[in-house]
Design a protein around this ligand. Structure first.
Ligand SMILES: C[S@@+](CC[C@H](N)C(=O)[O-])C[C@H]1O[C@@H](n2cnc3c(N)ncnc32)[C@H](O)[C@@H]1O
Length: 215
């Protein structure tokens, strides 16, 4: 049941830390954290009732745990003790939705973000709002690429360029085989789109992705 993506997200969480999982859905990330004794101080939230009920089912073995909470909430809306969380996980949501959720966040937790799309928009938001990208991972499983971003508020202006936004500052540095393959595929994708759209933005994206060379 636990895929590489969940394992890699959990890998960032330090032992016995206070974790807020926004958009928990089936509750698989909390389940992994509990099963592997990483932490039991978890608040699982979701905007919708059904997924939250599903998460309660998934975590039925832990129902008597006082430190495990379930809250129905749109982002941080119904979370009262926001500053008490050391880690905030927002995984499997679109980059723009993650951006909207984080607009109300001004504390110091380590953010573990796993956008399903629009990662460049999310990175721009992070830079513009003084969240430093401390690490990034690219997971490839079942023919799907998945990006995991670790970020934290820095309270200072962070410089960036278009390449940082599109490729990711850490992925550029790591640049392993999986990463360079991902960039190449994206480059070809945008090149083909440009052939039809003739839009400069697509040409520019293709250029940035294809500018990467495997070290
Ligand atoms: C695809 S699931 C991701 C599940 C899980 N986080 C994971 O990575 O495996 C997305 C979940 O986010 C919830 N969601 C969407 N927008 C949300 C918001 N603004 N606040 C909280 N939850 C939200 C949805 O209801 C859904 O259950």
């Amino acid at each position: 049941m636990f895929k590489g993506r969940i394992i890699e997200i959990a890998d960032y969480i330090s032992k016995n830390s206070q974790v807020l999982d926004i958009g928990t859905d089936h509750g698989y990330i909390p389940l992994y954290l509990l099963k592997n004794k990483i932490t039991d101080k978890i608040t699982a939230t979701d905007i919708n009732t059904k997924p939250l009920l599903q998460a309660k089912k998934t975590l039925i073995d832990y129902k008597d745990l006082e430190t495990l909470k379930f809250i129905k909430s749109n982002g941080f809306e119904n979370i009262i003790d926001i500053a008490s969380y050391q880690y905030i996980i927002i995984a499997g949501l679109g980059g723009k939705t993650i951006e909207i959720i984080l607009k109300n966040y001004n504390d110091n937790a380590i953010l573990i973000l796993n956008p399903t799309n629009n990662e460049a928009i999310l990175r721009k938001f992070l830079y513009d709002n003084k969240f430093k990208i401390e690490d990034e991972k690219l997971i490839y499983e079942n023919n799907i690429y998945s990006i995991i971003i670790k970020a934290k508020k820095q309270y200072k202006v962070l410089k960036y360029n278009q390449r940082d936004l599109v490729l990711g500052p850490i992925l550029i540095k790591k640049n392993n085989k999986v990463i360079s393959q991902f960039f190449y595929q994206k480059g070809i994708y945008f090149q083909n789109i440009f052939l039809k759209s003739k839009k400069e933005e697509h040409k520019e994206l293709a250029k940035i992705y294809l500018s990467n060379k495997l070290k």
